[in-house]
Design a protein around this ligand. Sequence first.
Ligand SMILES: Nc1ncnc2c1ncn2[C@@H]1O[C@H](COP(=O)(O)OP(=O)(O)O)[C@@H](O)[C@H]1O
Ligand SMILES: [Mg+2]
Length: 384
Amino acid sequence: MQSGLDSITAIQVLVDLSRLLAEATVPDEVLARLADAAAGRLDVVAVVVIGVGDDGATRVLAARGLPPGVVGMTSPADDFDGLLVRRLIEAAEGRAGAARTYPLVSGGGLYGALLLLDRGGGDVDAVTEALEEGMANLAAVALDKAFHEAELRRALEELRQSREALLRAERLKALGEMAVVVAHEVRNPLAAMGGAMQILETRMAHTPADQKIVRMVLERLRGLNAMITEMLSYARPKELSLDSVDLLALAREVVEAAANDPSAAGVQLRHAGAAVLCRGDRDQLSRVVLNLVINAMQALAGRGSVEVSVSQAGSCCELAVVDDGPGVPEAIRGRIFEAFFTTRGGGTGLGLAIARGVVERHGGTLELLSPPEGGAVFRIRLPG
Ligand SMILES: Nc1ncnc2c1ncn2[C@@H]1O[C@H](COP(=O)(O)OP(=O)(O)O)[C@@H](O)[C@H]1O
Ligand SMILES: [Mg+2]
């Protein structure tokens, strides 16, 4: 009979283990701490923790004193002959002769078992057996807690996400409705103001200082009008007017137009690729690509290059706007296509949302690729 443990020591081991397990927050940590404590405090050849899946099959989750390859070993639910135990004993290469098994049961759930391999050839004394059983029971309770906590965390996270999505959707709806009202109520007076201002410009602005002021007002009015147009085209997308579109020609025109934008200063602009024909709304696609190019030029802040490249990818037509700027930070990649998401002071955050909407109404996709060498690639794929 194996012995050597007095009951005071055994209790101390259990107290220590319960403290260690109380700090474990995830199931894997509980298993690892159980395996470490058993290997460190028990007179055994090896310690194995096995888990039981929903289908009753068992799987080695942690092992101490055996080659690392045993972790992950499985056996089917009907392993009545103890095949897994035999394979574990074999893995101990002659050092182990027998295994003692303690189920990890708590709250009505069977999580698995603690397997202790020893040299064999005898029973253990009552204190050792009580200690081993106590360790398994403590671990099972900790596992129960860790699983419940993990589930709770997952449920809370899901709740948080769906709440956020709901809030976002509500906000978008309200903003979309507001955009329509603002567009109608503001755009007309704005146009009238612009017209009046132009008349004033010709009639009375004589000093250079006055001319500067009038030009500034007109410039601001144009900016406001552009923003309202953007809001409206998000809230009320235009129907597509389909035609056969040469994407390479479109790319060339967009590059030419983009060169007039103030953000083009210091930026190299080019188009490349082969002539590719697809069906689409030429005006709307042009605006999408122009928006992507302007975004890229704004990201470059006066230094770098933007290429609009066109290609045939299988049955799809592909157009990519590639820049060698700072790229989109990982933390916001999931959000840049959301309406009203912007990192630019003065940005509306509508450009990419509208662009994706237009491309998707064509039955295509608009995606951001972030190549490892940096920069940003916005790739449009349209059905051929
Ligand atoms: N080429 C790019 N490089 C880096 N960031 C980009 C690029 N294009 C878009 N972004 C990011 O995506 C955000 C949303 O773009 P967009 O929808 O066009 O709105 P806006 O241009 O009004 O900010 C930008 O504020 C910017 O942070
Ligand atoms: Mg933009």
